[in-house]
Design a protein around this ligand. Structure first.
Ligand SMILES: Nc1ncnc2c1ncn2[C@@H]1O[C@H](COP(=O)(O)OP(=O)(O)OP(=O)(O)O)[C@@H](O)[C@H]1O
Ligand SMILES: [Mg+2]
Length: 265
């Protein structure tokens, strides 16, 4: 369907390019995501998937390109302003503050603009609890991250990302290190984002788990666009197949990443 038939995209990316010294981590990447749509982004290690997300969120500044949220250019804005404009991110690695409880983490994610004014607002407490329950946290709300199983830590990151009711949600490798049952629970959460009309950008290395969720898939390799379309289209693509046969894209990360990894990537 054409753009006219489906309405304007909520997230529109064009010509996104990022260089780190001599390395072009992201080269001329572009896509649209509409409300109630999940775009899957796949590619082997180091393809630039996380960098694309960080560029959208304003954590890294692009060398070139445009990022529009609901038609508004946000390139060059600071992350807090991008968050306020309706973009939420679930990082690939979590770095919780070990002295804060789960509930306090979610509350903090709600607060960054006007900490003191909002902290006293009873609405913030209610909203924080609602979100905790929504992601299945009712029982562990008052625990500290260090005492939580890995999947719950990831769930906490999901909760933080949706605290401000973002129209655009960026989810970086939510299934890495999860069991099949945990992955299914996370898939349900992500389908929920779509059902609520959010635009979802979902990164994964595993095309099968993505295929079950994403409406469309875009493949990257070494920073460059390779193919996009349905998961089936993409799997049929010659270049994608070559990378797959190399065993790079489809391999799941077996090791659970450390929750306290020093870098959020
Ligand atoms: N801050 C940085 N400084 C220098 N190089 C970086 C930086 N961030 C990423 N890179 C490099 O950019 C390339 C893309 O990295 P990125 O993390 O975006 O890949 P990815 O597709 O998310 O990989 P993975 O599947 O391992 O998560 C890699 O070569 C990486 O080493
Ligand atoms: Mg990554």
């Amino acid at each position: 369907m054409s753009v006219d038939e489906q309405g304007a995209p909520l997230l529109s990316v064009r010509g996104l390019t990022k260089r780190f010294g001599g390395l072009v981590a992201v080269k001329d990447i572009g896509f649209d995501i509409r409300a109630g749509e999940i775009l899957g982004l796949i590619g082997p290690n180091g393809s630039g998937k996380s960098t694309v997300m960080k560029l959208i969120m304003g954590i890294e500044r692009p060398n070139a390109g445009s990022v529009k949220v609901d038609g508004v250019e946000i390139v060059g804005w600071l992350p807090y302003r991008i968050a306020r404009s309706g973009v939420g991110i679930v990082f690939q690695y979590s770095r919780p503050l070990h002295w804060q409880t789960v509930l306090e983490h979610i509350k903090l994610a709600l607060l960054p603009d006007s900490l003191f004014k909002l902290a006293a607002d009873p609405h913030v407490n209610t909203r924080t609890r609602d979100i905790a329950e929504r992601v299945g946290f009712a029982k562990v709300m008052h625990r500290h991250p260090a005492t939580l199983p890995f999947a719950d830590l990831r769930r906490m990151e999901m909760a933080k990302a949706i605290t401000r009711d973002p129209r655009v949600v960026l989810v970086d490798e939510p299934f890495a290190g999860l069991t099949a049952a945990e992955s299914e629970a996370f898939s349900e959460l992500i389908r929920g984002f779509r059902a609520e009309g959010r635009a979802v950008l979902l990164v994964d290395r595993n095309v099968k788990s993505l295929a079950a969720l994403a409406d469309r898939v875009l493949t990257m390799y070494l920073g460059e666009y390779v193919a996009d379309g349905t998961a089936e289209d993409v799997m049929r693509n010659e270049t994608v197949r070559r990378v797959y046969l190399g065993g790079k894209i489809s391999r799941r990360a077996n090791a659970r990443p450390k929750a306290s990894a020093t870098s959020r990537s």
